[in-house]
Design a protein around this ligand. Structure first.
Ligand SMILES: Nc1ncnc2c1ncn2[C@@H]1O[C@H](COP(=O)(O)OP(=O)(O)O)[C@@H](O)[C@H]1O
Ligand SMILES: [Mg+2]
Length: 255
């Protein structure tokens, strides 16, 4: 059984079919790629999986359950986390506090406990601190934990967003163009981070234009164009596929 499966997934915007009967599978422990030209529907696939958009047809099955009927919050609680194509971090908050947001903490302690800073509160805070520092270690930001986020270089803000996504230990992580805007060294560092995340038992579905990144990381790649799957296989298989070559040559100018 796949960890994530979309079956005949459809999403329309008015007359435009942005996702057109898409079947894809991410198995446990896999890193899968989702590639295609600009406007081919990649981000929309993630938006439907995470419940931001309701699908117009088909199903999304996660861990054996139909999740397309759930709210974004419920889907997140089932163990799917994501990052966004355009970075979304709170610039005026510290790195630590941005990662803490990913825990969606509702304070369990009552007012008495908080005011008197009881042992229970201290232990809870200590437990949270360890979890956040572990996530910061994975992306290499432990040193920067008390810095104000907007003062970090762009590449570090991008991996901060990944730390926030994994801090609650999801089963599946969705990454929307994680290497966009990164230089070569930052991209290589990010590849290592993604591999480490997988080692911790988190499966990954990633969208990326940077082909060395896709080739170096993925077990399987899905190629879409106009919302339809045109190829699937290992990176080495799909890069030889004539339909894939044609789509990429035809759109080379705007990639
Ligand atoms: N909220 C929306 N309303 C209307 N059209 C949208 C919306 N989101 C995406 N689209 C359209 O759906 C298509 C796929 O977009 P998108 O999923 O963002 O592509 P990609 O991520 O592959 O670049 C595009 O034609 C885009 O303009
Ligand atoms: Mg996109």
């Amino acid at each position: 059984m796949a960890l994530l499966e979309t079956i005949g997934l459809v999403k329309r915007f008015g007359g435009l079919t942005a996702v057109d009967h898409l079947d894809l599978q991410v198995n446990e422990g896999e890193i899968c790629g989702l590639i295609g030209p600009n406007g081919s529907g990649k981000t929309t696939v993630l938006n439907v999986i995470t419940g931001i958009y309701k699908n117009d047809g088909g199903k999304v099955i996660f861990n054996g359950k139909e999740i397309h009927i759930l709210t974004p919050h419920e889907i997140c609680e089932h163990g799917i986390a994501r990052t966004f194509q355009n970075i979304r971090v709170l610039g005026s908050q510290t790195v630590y506090d941005n990662v803490r947001l990913g825990l969606h903490i509702q304070t369990k302690s009552d007012l008495f406990n908080i005011i008197f800073n009881t042992k229970q509160v201290r232990e809870e805070n200590e437990r949270i601190r360890k979890i956040i520092e572990e996530a910061l270690d994975i992306v290499g930001l432990r040193k920067e934990k008390n810095e104000i986020t907007k003062n970090l270089p762009y590449g570090k803000q991008k991996v901060l967003e990944i730390a926030r996504a994994i801090v609650a230990k999801p089963k599946l992580l969705l990454l929307d163009e994680p290497a966009a805007g990164l230089n070569t060294a930052e991209t290589e560092n990010l590849m290592e981070i993604v591999r480490n995340i997988r080692k911790r038992g988190i499966s990954i579905l990633l969208i990326e234009h940077e082909m060395a990144f896709v080739g170096g990381l993925t077990d399987k790649v899905y190629v879409i164009n106009y919302g339809k799957k045109i190829a699937e296989g290992t990176f080495n298989e799909i890069k030889k596929n004539p339909s894939v070559i044609q789509v990429y040559l035809g759109t080379k100018g705007d990639e």
